[in-house]
Design a protein around this ligand. Structure first.
Ligand SMILES: O=C(CO)[C@H](O)[C@H](O)COP(=O)(O)O
Ligand SMILES: [Fe+2]
Length: 221
């Protein structure tokens, strides 16, 4: 499985969105991570459907939406229409995870299920055969630029084991505090979609930072 970089737009300069998206896309970045926050599921508000719709015109990257919102089932179709290619929702945010997965797939998007640091990885086991992606949080969701919580790498390892045991193909995405210094730890554990916000858009040389990750990924091909 080819490893993908998914830089988080949370750390982009919102006055230079098109320009900075182009920098990472030209560097070879495949995905762009879109952190949607509602101020209820997480104690922060970011951006939503109209912003995603607007930036869709400026990028051909795969739009990897991370919905940190309660009752994601109310908005799945709208996020898909706005241009999301992958829709990740939190298992903690809905009473109906199985239904949300089917709802996402019915739109033609890929379905991802996400777990907070405090959620045991076993919670997603019943859904593994149905999802395209599992997103493991390595910070408390809500803010960029936090410190990587290394104790959650074991969840990635467990998911990689289940994937092998069950003969499944889902992606394992990791999100929160990932840098050039710790990315090998999550790649070694089995993650193949790497979110990095402050470690890409927070850097002076954005294209160079993205290339730094992509060069490390080559070691794993
Ligand atoms: O979902 C998120 C926060 O809730 C972000 O994707 C994540 O924090 C990325 O930013 P950084 O790499 O700076 O930690
Ligand atoms: Fe995220």
């Amino acid at each position: 499985m080819k490893t993908k970089l998914s830089p988080s737009m949370l750390s982009i300069d919102f006055g230079k969105v098109a320009e900075q998206l182009k920098l990472v896309e030209d560097a070879g970045t495949q995905y762009i991570h879109l952190d949607v926050m509602d101020g209820i599921f997480v104690p922060n508000i970011s951006f939503g459907i109209p912003v995603i719709k607007s930036i869709r015109k400026h990028s051909n990257m795969v739009f990897d939406a991370h919905l940190m919102i309660v009752e994601p089932e109310k908005y799945v179709e709208e996020f898909r229409k706005a241009g999301a290619d992958i829709i990740n929702f939190h298992v903690e945010a809905t009473k109906y995870p199985a239904e949300v997965i089917q709802q996402i797939k019915a739109t033609g998007a890929k379905a991802g299920i996400t777990i907070n640091p405090r959620t045991p990885v076993e919670v997603v086991y019943p859904f593994l055969k149905d999802v395209d992606m599992v997103l493991v949080m390595t910070v408390e969701p809500g803010f960029g630029g936090q410190k990587f919580m290394a104790q959650h790498v074991s969840k990635i390892r467990q998911l990689a084991e289940w994937k092998k045991e069950l003969g499944l193909e889902f992606d394992i995405e990791v999100d929160g505090g990932v840098t050039l210094d710790n990315v090998r730890e999550v790649l070694d554990a089995g993650a193949n979609v790497i979110v990095a916000g402050s470690a890409v858009f927070g850097k002076e040389d954005i294209a160079g930072a993205a290339k730094g990750f992509l060069d490390i990924f080559k070691e794993y091909e």
